[in-house]
Design a protein around this ligand. Structure first.
Ligand code: ADP
Ligand code: MG
Length: 689
């Protein structure tokens, strides 16, 4: 069941969850609940009770002595909320410069800013503010602590390559090693060499600190006194954890999780249980099996309280896992990877680890990025097991053999090494990094992934044959915080005479779930019927446009949204994003014009950017990508799923579950491909479809 290195393993049939734990940072709508055990104390007392408080002067001292401080501490120790305040209190930022804190997730940036403003007793947007994609709340020259996403810091580097506006940068949640974390680390290393007065704190919840320290240590000699980077670990309490393995590989890990939890419940003394699965559908399945089981065993003294935990769960339900477990109950939390480092659940004594995790993975042969389930790394397995030793000594049950464990890779490869890189490369080019293959990445990506990105950008005309950013197209595309395929469509939309439509469509693509989809019952049927009202044969993108238009026409009313199962929150967000994109287009002198109902113009314009994602219907009945010859299927959520299969389509993305599914489709005419991307598709019409 387990492979010796981390290698894609496909999801089980029926598991098509993908949006909730999407590691794709800026489109992540998931919220993580923050648990605060000291709520009954005053804010000042709460601050002093955090583990980091004892290290306050140490943090400040090390930052005077070293240029870079790698700060390691468990989730909840106070890194994100306290360190920026310590810096401010110690006088950092008094020279008119700003303390910048980067977060991988938008929601972390806003909630942290809100919390820190509250602790400082000031209005959000004054001394403490934030800046995230399509939304900012800070005042230049007033804001001293600025929380932002990593992508925003990258954009600021485009305007100010040495980040002269900042005195300290705190890179937070670095253990997540998102694509942007790594890009920003590579760029900051260059900046630190040039600006010796800039200080950097790298905050991480896991202990792989040495690699980071070595990366940032600019001293080339062996003399440790000359080191420019150091490590500080904030002690969290950790008790010993006994580890158990299965003797034989398990055929179905969801079922094995359920069996293990029930065994623990029957045979082990008091203490709560945390089980790890890979996605919310698996979590829901395990929760319902466990609940059935609990219901059958009514006569027992100790009862199970079974709770799910994943990113897309409503806040009120997330909150339940943090509550104190009432007497006579044993809390069993079934969670996704979110419980590995992002949150800490109190009271856990037993951990059950399925041994897998869902990750985004790029396949350079097929040119597609998919979410797939892979075996965890040893570091993740140890991090998961460690969750059992927070209150007292605990036990961790691994649903894989000890031999399989020793064959696992040491650490999960950073996102940089496993995702599609065209947007990253475009932004590096815009920052003047000409030779991306030689760029000093903390963990260099596979060269062929970089080459694939360069080829794609060349095909899109964003780069010339010498690999330089084209002007104005490439430079304009780099300004849009969206995928290059999308920015190409946006930038071209003026010429195609349909920028008004394209703005709505591209904004809608950045948010997920424009439609509310009840999972079952009458409501699901009514929702399906309501969605038909917007459906058009041109595909999902034009359907989204219809819905956006109808939403505007009906005054953005709540009643209308409820009636037609339209997600009002997503619509609002799409409208905001549209506004931002429109401003960018106007700044570049792209006129905002409507095609006045000429849908062909819109579909052609979409093709001008999405042409690398073209697929045709093969005579065997499956679709094939033109460039990778990969088998593809129409995703059941597409409006085209129930219609007659079109011969040619372009898709927005591929979701790999039991099969590779195309999502967000547009029907195209193959002659457009030849016309709009002649260098990419010669004679596509000759294909044997
Ligand atoms: P770390 O970054 O080390 O994970 P944080 O600084 O984010 O820790 O949080 C430290 C503590 O501050 C949390 O454990 C919680 O008690 C409290 N806290 C943080 N954010 C909030 C919030 N938005 N509301 C209430 N309490 C919070
Ligand atoms: Mg934090």
């Amino acid at each position: 069941m387990f492979s010796s290195s981390v290698k894609p393993v496909f999801l089980k049939p029926g598991d098509s969850s993908w949006s909730e734990d999407k590691p794709d940072v800026d489109t992540n709508n998931a919220t993580t609940f923050i648990y605060n055990p000291h709520l009954s104390f005053s804010l000042e007392q709460q601050r002093q009770r955090l583990p980091i408080f004892r290290n306050r002067s140490h943090v400040l001292y090390l930052l005077e002595k070293y240029q870079v401080l790698v700060l390691v501490g468990e989730t909840g120790s106070g890194k994100s909320t306290q360190v920026p305040q310590y810096l401010l209190e110690a006088g950092w930022g008094s020279d008119g410069k700003v303390i910048g804190v980067t977060e991988p997730r938008r929601v972390a940036a806003t909630t942290l800013a809100t919390r820190v403003a509250e602790e400082k007793g000031c209005l959000l947007g004054q001394v403490v503010g934030y800046s995230i994609r399509f939304d900012e709340c800070f005042e230049p020259n007033v804001t001293k602590i600025k929380f932002m996403t990593e992508g925003i810091l990258l954009r600021e580097m485009m305007a100010d390559p040495l980040l002269r506006n900042y005195c300290v940068i705190v890179l937070d949640e670095v253990h997540e090693r998102t694509l942007y974390t790594d890009i920003v680390m590579g760029l900051l290393k260059k900046i630190l060499r040039k600006r010796k007065t800039l200080k950097l704190i790298v905050a991480s919840a896991t202990v792989d600190a040495e690699e980071l320290r070595n990366f940032f240590n600019l001293n080339s000699t062996k003399d440790v006194n000359q080191n420019t980077a150091t490590i500080l670990s904030v002690d969290g309490r950790q008790y010993p954890v006994d580890i158990f393995y299965v003797k034989e590989p398990v055929p179905d890990y969801v079922k094995a999780v359920v069996d293990s939890v029930t065994k623990i419940h029957l045979h082990e003394p008091m203490g709560d249980v945390l089980a790890f699965l890979t996605g919310h559908e698996e979590v829901d399945r395990a929760v319902s099996m466990l609940k059935d089981h609990a219901a059958q065993r009514k006569e027992d003294g100790l009862k199970m309280l079974v709770l799910p935990m994943y990113g897309s769960l409503p806040n009120s339900e997330q909150l339940r896992v943090f509550r104190f477990t009432p007497r006579g109950l044993r809390k069993v939390v079934v969670a996704t990877n979110i419980a590995e480092t992002s949150i800490t659940i109190p009271g856990i004594v037993y951990v059950v680890d399925c041994g897998f995790v869902k990750l985004r993975w790029f396949n350079p042969e097929a040119h597609t990025d998919s979410l797939i389930v892979v075996p965890v790394s040893q570091a993740s397995a140890d991090q998961r097991a460690g969750r059992a030793g927070r209150v007292r000594s605990g036990k961790a049950y691994r649903l894989y053999t000890e031999e399989a464990f020793s064959g696992l890779s040491a650490a999960t490869p950073p996102e940089m090494q496993r995702t599609e890189l065209s947007m990253a490369v475009l932004q590096l080019k815009a920052l003047g990094i000409d030779n991306v293959l030689r760029f000093n990445f903390p963990s260099p990506p596979p060269a062929r992934n970089l080459l694939s990105a360069l080829e794609l950008l060349y095909a899109l005309d964003a780069l010339d044959s010498g690999g330089r950013l084209t002007k104005p197209l490439g430079t304009m595309m780099a300004e849009f915080p969206v995928s290059p395929l999308h920015s190409k469509v946006l930038v071209m939309s003026g010429e195609f005479g349909c920028s008004d439509e394209v703005l709505s469509i591209m904004a809608a693509l950045q948010v997920q779930n424009l439609f509310v989809k009840p999972s079952s019952g009458q409501a699901a049927l009514r929702a399906r019927a309501a969605r038909r009202m917007f459906e058009v044969q041109e595909g999902d993108l034009l359907t989204a446009l219809n819905a956006c238009r109808a939403y505007a026409k009906h005054g953005e009313s709540k009643q209308w949204c409820d009636k037609f199962f339209v997600n009002r929150k997503a619509m609002r967000r799409a409208k905001e994003i549209r506004g931002q994109m429109e401003r960018l287009l106007l700044r570049f002198g792209v006129p905002v014009v409507s095609s006045d109902g000429d849908t062909e113009k819109v579909c052609r314009c979409i093709t001008a950017g999405l042409f690398p994602n073209a697929a045709y219907l093969h005579y065997s009945g499956v679709y094939k990508t033109v460039r990778g010859n990969q088998d593809l299927h129409i995703h059941p959520t597409s409006v085209l799923y129930t219609l007659e299969q079109p011969k040619w389509v372009v898709f927005n993305e591929v979701l790999q579950t039991d099969k590779a599914y195309m999502r967000e489709l547009t029907v195209v005419n193959p002659s457009w491909l030849e016309e709009l991307a002649p260098h990419f598709y010669e004679k596509v019409i000759d294909k044997d479809y």
